[in-house]
Write a protein that binds this ligand. Structure first.
Ligand code: FES
Length: 138
């Protein structure tokens, strides 16, 4: 093997070492786990959650999406898409939940309206006491 070929192989090997871990990290980070089953308490007087006082308001926090819907009141679901783990959001125009990664859509009960996701989003029980919401994620 001449010097030039040996040098080319070394450079190619180095590039592999740098590229592969970052590619693996990217794949791993897109798959979130919804392992937090502790109750979530939301104070609607907190500025962070103030939008939930209005119909159409929504907040994503602690792997949970909370939406003030016209038909169902305030609902809460896992915000982790069941397809590949991206964070879903409220789609005001379509009045459903949309995953920005591959465009899966979910209804407020968590059911899949459009794939590629095939499993529903877990829906959580919401209890309201004045301006305090308790979301049971167990
Ligand atoms: S990660 Fe949500 S549709 Fe693919």
């Amino acid at each position: 093997m001449d010097r030039r070929k040996a040098l080319q192989q070394m450079v190619a090997g180095s590039a592999t070492l740098f590229v592969v871990p970052s590619a693996l990290a990217a794949c791993g980070s897109s798959k979130k786990k919804s392992s937090d089953t502790s109750p979530l308490t939301v104070n609607l007087d907190d500025a962070k959650f103030a939008s939930l006082k209005e119909q159409g308001g929504s907040v994503v926090t602690d792997n949970t999406i909370i939406i003030n819907t016209a038909a169902d009141g305030i609902v809460a679901l896992s915000s982790i898409c069941t397809h590949k783990g991206c964070t879903v959001g409220y789609d005001k125009a379509h009045k459903d939940i949309l995953c920005p990664c591959h465009r899966s859509e979910f209804a407020f009960d968590g059911s899949v309206l459009q794939g590629p996701a095939t499993k529903p989003l877990p829906k959580y029980k919401v209890t309201r006491n004045g301006d305090t919401l308790t979301i049971d994620r167990s």
